[in-house]
Design a protein around this ligand. Structure first.
Ligand code: DNO
Length: 394
């Protein structure tokens, strides 16, 4: 397994020189400034690559190995007239990346919201801060802030009452924070709304789109992308929907092992792979992570390692726990990943990054990208690195 670290570019408060000190060898990054649907030009990729890879003599060079992510334009997900131009751009970006030697590409097919959380500073008993998704707060947003048409039908009477009570008890600033957390975007997010009306309009685009239709649109996209990826030696790694279930009336189609089985039955190309985002899949109690790592062994090209702790009274709510102390048996997952990697005939590695860290110690007084603190992630990396080392020599 190859240790990697996500870098958001020159504005990332955790610099490349900081990252080098962690001992990782590989970088996960993207051209975040290029709008969704536009081609990533070779010169821009090379420039970004140089920022990552060129260093003073005597220092250990890092390598940009994984792209996270090339955004998939909403029109592709919706199969709107004229969306072919965006598929062509996506393929052109992939070709340009391959020309620069970057051949592992993470992407997602989440309509509108990408990953989402309700709390970005949830204090843990240790005093450090974690990200949290609270189903009750999310319901309060959906029903009483967004006031989505038809939302009432998605909740039980008890949930409606609870959400109403919660909303009534929230201050204006709490409501604003919750709204911004959900609609304005977390780091690496592929879409962002400019306000509630814009957000409602983006949701409305999916009104007639069922899960089956969205799957068909993903397949239509992959049918064009995969043959070219195979020729280029590119490995695609689809990221799951986070949290992994339908939300706000939107269909979500990469949530469970059954979803992945459908995906690979429809598009068996060896270039068609996954990002095993352990924390995302583990946000559902019915996903068994070690079993999934084993089942999809040859499809895993990239992994995000982190755990979640789900609320005992509401399994859809969770906070991001320590990398080794969560609802996930991380040691068993890592053991499966090591086994998967050892089975590969082409010797290709599984890249992983310590996903999200707590905001702790010096992170607390710094501006950090939520989830992407320096010290918190370093702690996660150190823990997972220890597990890998122990298992590799066991
Ligand atoms: C969050 C991330 C997501 C992810 C994209 C993948 O921390 O896992 O932003 O990068 O959804 O395409």
């Amino acid at each position: 397994m190859r240790e990697s670290w996500r870098w958001f570019g020159p504005d990332d408060p955790v610099s490349i020189d900081d990252i080098r000190q962690t001992g990782v060898t590989d970088i996960v990054s993207a051209l975040h400034a290029v709008p969704a649907g536009e081609v990533w030009p070779v010169n821009a990729i090379r420039h970004h690559q140089q920022l990552i890879e060129i260093c003073k003599p005597g220092l250990a060079p890092l390598r940009w190995s994984v792209v996270e992510s090339i955004p998939v334009h909403e029109d592709i997900k919706l199969a709107r007239p004229g969306h072919q131009v965006y598929i062509d751009s996506w393929i052109a970006s992939m070709e340009n990346l391959a020309e620069c030697g970057i051949k592992t590409i993470c992407y997602n097919f989440m309509p509108v919201i990408d990953w989402t959380r309700t709390d970005l500073s949830y204090q843990l008993p240790s005093g450090a801060y974690a990200l949290r998704f609270d189903q009750k707060k999310f319901a309060a947003f959906d029903l009483y802030i967004l006031q989505r048409d038809g939302a009432q039908a998605d909740y039980t009477a008890a949930e409606l009452a609870e959400a109403r009570e919660l909303f009534a008890a929230m201050s204006d600033s709490e409501r604003t924070t919750l709204t911004n957390n959900i609609i304005a975007g977390l780091p690496g997010k592929m879409t962002a709304a400019y306000g509630l009306d814009d957000f409602r309009a983006m949701l409305a685009n999916y009104a007639g789109i069922s899960r089956d239709q969205l799957r068909a649109n993903l397949l239509a996209f992959l049918t064009q992308v995969l043959p070219r990826a195979e020729q280029l030696g590119v490995k695609l790694a689809i990221h799951p929907d986070d949290p992994p279930r339908d939300m706000l009336g939107l269909p979500r189609i990469v949530c469970t092992a059954a979803d992945l089985e459908l995906l690979f039955a429809a598009a068996p190309s060896p270039a068609n792979g996954i990002t095993l985002c352990v924390g995302t899949y583990a946000s559902r109690h019915d996903n068994d992570l070690p079993a999934m790592a084993k089942q999809f062994a040859e499809r895993i090209h990239f992994s995000h390692l982190r755990g979640v702790s789900r609320d005992s009274d509401e399994q859809r709510s969770f906070y991001e726990a320590s990398h080794l102390d969560s609802d996930v048996n991380m040691v068993a997952v890592v053991a499966e990943l090591l086994r998967a990697e050892a089975l590969r005939e082409d010797g290709s590695p599984i890249y992983f990054r310590p996903d999200h860290g707590h905001q702790m110690m010096d992170d607390i007084n710094k501006t950090v990208n939520p989830g992407y603190s320096g010290i918190g992630r370093l702690k996660g990396l150190a823990e997972v690195r220890g597990v890998i080392r122990a298992l590799s020599h066991g």
